[in-house]
Write a new protein. Structure first.
Length: 232
């Protein structure tokens, strides 16, 4: 099986000298494994960035060190600058092609959910990845999850709903929930504040007082009319 190739050279610069390498377009790295000692190496930074854009997590590469025989390795760790996201250091793991490995594989959602499209729900990714076990050549870059069965808010998709490629075994518990749809939020009318409640309570006595004043005025007018009638 053809694998992407990555050229490297032995590295002498260590510690602070690594900064100088980066300024020269050289990326510090290290390669190690069960059957080999850790070795400091250096990569062409531009070549590595181009390669990184083409391969995914758990990518299997052929490392050619100083023009020697290619050796299968995996991208085991990438250190990045916290602001610029520029690659600062790479860990490469030498692998035994006949030994299974357990790794995290990212999930990719496919399909259309009726609960999202028709009912206005929000798709929740309960897990971004799952663990699988396989030989290095069989490890998938990602796993697809079809969200079409999410037709209502009650449906939940679990790890067991993932379709495993040939030679790949799911390690994550199959009962683990990985996706569902949340109902849309219903905006409720804001509750009145204490000041608003106080203002509403103060309006009632004023209205009653006005009514009582009006009734008193009407009574006075009636009494005046009755008095004038008696005089006549």
């Amino acid at each position: 099986m053809s694998r992407p190739k990555l050229s490297a050279k032995p590295r002498q610069a260590q510690g602070r000298d690594a900064k100088k390498l980066r300024r020269e377009g050289i990326l510090p790295a290290v390669v190690y494994g069960k059957t080999r000692e850790s070795e400091a190496i250096q990569l062409d930074a531009h070549e590595f960035e181009l390669l990184r854009r083409r391969v995914g997590r758990n990518a299997l590469l052929d490392l050619q060190l100083d023009g020697g025989r290619p050796q299968p390795v995996m991208l085991h760790g990438i250190q990045e600058h916290p602001v610029t996201r520029r690659t600062l250091h790479v860990d490469l793991l030498a692998v035994n092609m006949t030994e299974e490995r357990t790794v995290d594989v990212p999930l990719v959602m496919t399909g259309t959910s009726e609960a999202v499209e028709r009912l206005g729900g929000v798709l929740l990714h309960l897990r971004d990845s799952v663990q699988v076990r396989a030989l290095p050549d069989d490890l998938p870059p990602n796993l697809e999850l079809d969200i079409t069965p999410l037709e209502t808010f009650e449906v939940v998709l679990h790890a067991s709903d993932l379709v495993m490629p040939a030679g790949v075994t799911l390690v994550t518990d199959g009962h683990e929930a990985i996706a569902r749809v949340q109902p849309p939020r219903i905006e409720e009318a804001p509750e009145p504040t204490a000041e608003e409640e106080a203002e509403e309570g103060a309006e009632a006595p004023e209205g009653e007082a006005a009514t009582e004043a009006g009734e008193g005025a009407e009574a006075s007018v009636g009494e005046a009319r009755e008095g004038s009638g008696e005089d006549s």
